[in-house]
Design a protein around this ligand. Structure first.
Ligand SMILES: [Fe+2]
Length: 311
């Protein structure tokens, strides 16, 4: 029930967090990812849905990403809406609503740590992604340690290196400070350096910290889950980027990326104060739904322009 995971690396201990590591798992037929279980999870815990969005499936256009919310719909009706429309649902932290999902992510990261000497991960989170045929997720980066396991349908993920020009330091700092919501600039010339993985059920990947990526679904309902974790080193990178993203440190010109030593600890203190003061919340990108979905007709009306573009 908790899954078995095979990490496809010649030497996992040296390749983890340095290279993209493809993963094989046996969750494609696990009933926890079948419609019945997903519908029950959503219906019993509507607050578990962190985000519902629609988008232009035809091109990389993050401005077309529109947030939605569901009203008065059963779990099965929501799944049908995803099948029929152009939607992307993130049931973030599914493990905190049902320990069986938490057991899966704990098993995966436990298996990883067992094969990477010295690796200690914490704050394991599993985010269930349920998305429509042809839906896409635009170019972005994530802040915690990250991976994607694919369970149902087919999708393609493009993963890019970090650093210039794929992820300029300032863009990363804007994401960390919440000034932009995981959004970074995409350029078609990046494709030359992309690693492209065509994911079928039972496949997945882990990638090095902050590597940008984008995803396009095949013509099928997709169920996947994100792997999210922290390590002490990831936490230190986060604190430094958070402090560097603050205007105080821009003025002081102390934007070193060191994750130890006195400058690091000064920044760690600043980062804690920044969060506690509410400044991060104040400056963070505001997230409000652009429309709500209460009946199938409204859903179709909302996503019709993009649906036509996909056909
Ligand atoms: Fe991501």
């Amino acid at each position: 029930m908790r899954g078995t995971f095979h990490f496809e690396a010649d030497n996992l201990s040296t390749e983890w967090n340095k290279k993209i590591v493809p993963v094989r798992h046996d969750l494609a037929t696990n009933p926890l990812f079948a419609d019945e279980a997903l519908a029950k999870l959503i219906e019993g815990n509507p607050q578990a849905i962190r985000e519902v969005s629609t988008m232009d499936p035809g091109r990389e256009d993050r401005a077309s990403w529109k947030r939605a919310s569901f009203e008065d719909m059963s779990g099965m009706e929501i799944l049908q809406a995803v099948r029929d429309g152009l939607l992307w649902i993130n049931v973030a932290e599914a493990g905190s609503f049902d320990p069986r999902y938490q057991a899966i992510i704990d098993k995966l990261l436990g298996d990883l740590a067992a094969q990477v000497p010295g690796l200690k991960t914490f704050q394991h989170r599993i985010g269930l992604l349920i998305s429509s045929p042809n839906a896409r997720v635009f170019y972005h980066c994530d802040i915690p340690g990250q991976g994607l396991m694919h369970v149902r349908g087919e999708k393609t993920i493009w993963i890019y290196p970090d650093g210039d020009p794929f992820l300029p330091q300032e863009a990363l700092e804007r994401v960390v400070t919440g000034l932009s919501y995981e959004e970074i600039d995409y350029d078609p010339t990046f494709e030359e350096k992309a690693t492209v993985l065509h994911l079928k059920p039972g496949m997945g990947a882990l990638w090095p910290l902050n590597y940008p990526h984008r995803v396009v679904n095949g013509d099928s309902l997709n169920v996947s889950f994100t792997v999210e974790y922290w390590t002490d080193e990831i936490r230190r990178h986060y604190l430094v980027n958070l402090a560097n993203g603050g205007t105080a440190f821009r003025r002081l010109e102390t934007r070193s990326r060191a994750i130890s030593g006195p400058v690091f600890w000064m920044k760690a203190g600043f980062a804690a104060a920044w969060k506690l003061s509410g400044a991060k919340k104040h400056f963070a990108a505001k997230i409000k739904p652009d429309f709500s979905i209460s009946k199938k007709k409204q859903l179709e009306a909302a996503s019709q322009p993009f649906k036509e573009a996909a056909e």
